[in-house]
Design a protein around this ligand. Structure first.
Ligand code: ZN
Length: 660
């Protein structure tokens, strides 16, 4: 008497991706409810089972659905935003300002729904995600019918969904409680990366992961810089640094691991940490090539991920698993490493192990969830095929097949795609909404990026200080004589400082933009040693507000910000048309003259060698006040015995330009 089941899929080339890598060329899979009831030859299964629904697979490959081990799904809405940029310029200059402005629960839901459509189309049935408002990722994925590990991001600085990490942790716990018994969604926690976490974040996230027995998803050793910083700050590489906080006691999904050594691999293996390898993202952001063949030799579970589409720019897992195989060969000089079967394993069973979901999915085995795909291997680019080697089917899937060959996809026993038609997602509506939003983002960026000033504001930290600066420069023939006069004068000296300054001035096509100055100030102590370094960014207004008699001049509108990033970052972000470099030795006195505070600078220009200048300066916030100071400055010059006829009305950049 045949046993009743829901579905029987016959006439398929079944590849199980179980521990024995079983294959059934005239194979079948029986499904009852959300689970696989049997896998085997169709002749046997047809005798054994009486299905509600019998499906002829037309000779297609029937295999486990793919596992995308690392994603940021809502970023699908930011596809193609800021390509061909360095990580910091891309992240700080484009992604983060846009995220601060646009990311909200609706954004996350829409982006995830769109991403789910793309995942389904490319044969993915499970993913491990990390983003903000992750509850909405879970909602959208559950609606689409996909299986996902949804991890709420936690950062040490404010994020689009939280002003503090305590808020993110609280949101994580809420989400975990809400979703923990859902058949498709595994809620989890995601301290973004060790370098964006505090010790408290790592401790609290670990405690949460252990309390609810859920995964902990993080980025580890993505760039060489991260490792260098970790070595400098903590005297150890990233993995041992993280190990101290007991984080590996949790079920960790560790994205990237591009820059880890063999000892670190051994540590990760010992704790059962899963690695998510993201070859396209690592190449596109120039992070490097993760040593996956070595990780595999160390017995690590390495899955494959696409990362967010912002650094990919798609969610095509077929492309990703092929690249994983090819890169491993190309980078080791050994074509035998990461053979096709291993690549498919990394995208299925081993991928499921890497995200700690292998008790449910990753292989076609009795009792596992019915998460599977059909792949048409009779298309032109798949023709012909050989069967003398049983591994040739894997080679065909890795090196010849494309994601568009995936025709049908099932998750939890439910069809989400039949004959490439999406059954749970209205793609047309989603795409239209995404395009509308893209236009809004375009508008925002065009506006934000139209001036140097708004670009400065967009990366944060700059505060507008509408100020006026009274200044005059006088070329000095005998600086020491002036200093003697200054010290012997009636002036009240408030303090004295000595600096060495390295200034890079950016200028732009439009002179109205003014100049942007990146200054490295070295404070020199009384022994002549550098005691402190300060980096500042100053936007100097284009126009001279007014000239006064005897070449005292007034400039306006300066915007000052600390400069936490490198000169290289600002160069790539602001894209100046020209750069002028000035190195000078500055001795500075702050004095009080007729109840007005002035700076008296004696600047020796070392590069280019232009001699020594006296600069008298005072900053003020009103034009009226500035005019008064300008007149007093003139008298101050007289007191210092400088000859107004020697005055130069120009700034150093202009002095250099006028002399060359
Ligand atoms: Zn990532």
């Amino acid at each position: 008497m045949a046993q009743k089941i829901d579905k029987l899929l016959i006439n398929a080339y079944v590849i199980c991706m179980d521990e024995q890598f079983r294959q059934f060329e005239k194979g079948a899979v029986a499904i009852m409810d959300d689970r696989i009831a049997a896998v085997g030859y169709q002749d046997d299964l047809q005798q054994e089972y009486q299905p509600e629904e019998l499906l002829d697979c037309e000779g297609k490959v029937l295999m486990p659905g793919l596992v995308n081990a690392h994603t940021h799904l809502p970023m699908n809405l930011l596809r193609g935003l800021g390509d061909d940029l360095r990580l910091d310029v891309w992240l700080l200059g484009y992604i983060m300002p846009v995220e601060r402005e646009f990311v909200n629960p609706e954004f996350v839901h829409l982006g995830t729904a769109l991403a789910c459509a793309e995942l389904i189309r490319s044969g993915v049935t499970s993913f491990a995600d990390m983003y903000y408002f992750e509850d909405q990722v879970a909602e959208a994925a559950a609606q689409a019918g996909l299986r996902g590990i949804c991890c709420q991001t936690i950062l040490k600085f404010p994020s689009p969904d939280a002003d503090s990490y305590e808020e993110s942790l609280a949101a994580s716990e809420e989400m975990i409680k809400k979703w923990k018994d859902h058949p498709l969604i595994t809620p989890a926690v995601a301290p973004h990366a060790p370098y964006t976490s505090t010790v408290d974040i790592l401790d609290s996230a670990t405690a949460l992961a252990l309390k609810y027995d859920i995964p902990l998803h993080t980025h580890i050793a993505e760039t060489a810089q991260e490792v260098k910083d970790c070595l400098e700050e903590h005297d150890m590489p990233v993995v041992p640094y993280v190990e101290q906080f007991d984080i590996f006691q949790a079920k960790v999904i560790s994205a990237h691991c591009v820059h880890i050594d063999e000892r670190e691999m051994h540590t990760l293996q010992r704790y059962g940490v899963g690695v998510a390898h993201n070859p396209t993202s690592n190449l596109k952001l120039s992070s490097g090539i993760a040593p996956i063949s070595s990780m595999l030799e160390h017995g690590l579970n390495v899955g494959i991920g696409t990362d967010g589409v912002s650094s990919n720019n798609d969610l095509d897992m077929f492309e990703e698993l092929r690249l994983a195989a090819l890169l491993a060969k190309g980078s080791t000089g050994d074509p035998t490493v990461v053979p096709a079967r291993t690549a498919i394993n990394m995208a299925t069973h081993m991928g499921a192990k890497a995200i700690h979901l292998d008790d449910q999915v990753g292989s076609l085995e009795i009792g596992k969830k019915a998460d599977l795909i059909l792949v048409d291997i009779n298309t032109l680019h798949n023709t012909p095929h050989f069967r003398n080697d049983e591994d040739s089917i894997y080679a065909q899937l890795v090196y010849a097949a494309k994601s568009t060959d995936v025709t049908d996809l099932m998750v939890n026993g439910r069809w989400l795609m039949r004959s490439r038609e999406l059954l749970t997602i209205d793609l047309e509506e989603l795409a239209a909404r995404a395009q509308e939003l893209a236009e809004e983002i375009d508008h925002f960026l065009i506006e934000r990026f139209q001036s140097v000033y708004s670009r400065l504001i967009a990366i944060g930290g700059a505060e507008e200080q509408e100020s006026y600066e009274v200044q005059v420069k006088v070329k000095l023939q005998d600086p020491e004589a002036l200093i003697t006069r200054l010290q012997e004068s009636e002036l009240e000296i408030l303090y004295y400082r000595h600096y060495h300054e390295y200034d890079t001035y950016f200028t732009f096509d439009d002179p109205q933009e003014g100049w942007l100055r990146y200054r490295e100030d070295e404070f020199i102590d009384s022994k002549g040693e550098v005691e402190n370094i300060r980096y500042r960014l100053t936007l100097i207004g284009p126009e001279r507000e007014r000239h006064f008699p005897k070449d005292v001049l007034l400039s306006r509108s300066r915007f000052i910000a600390p400069a936490p990033h490198s000169l290289r970052f600002y160069r790539e972000y602001f894209k100046p048309t020209r750069e002028t470099f000035i190195e000078k030795d500055r001795r500075r006195w702050k004095v009080c003259f007729r109840n007005i505070e002035f700076f008296i600078n004696v600047d020796r220009l070392d590069d280019p060698e232009l001699g020594t200048f006296l600069e008298v300066k005072s900053r003020t916030w009103s034009l009226e006040d500035a005019e008064k100071k300008a007149r007093v400055a003139d008298d101050l010059l007289k007191l210092l015995g400088s000859h107004p006829k020697d005055a130069e009305t120009l700034d150093y950049v202009q002095i250099i330009e006028s002399k060359s």
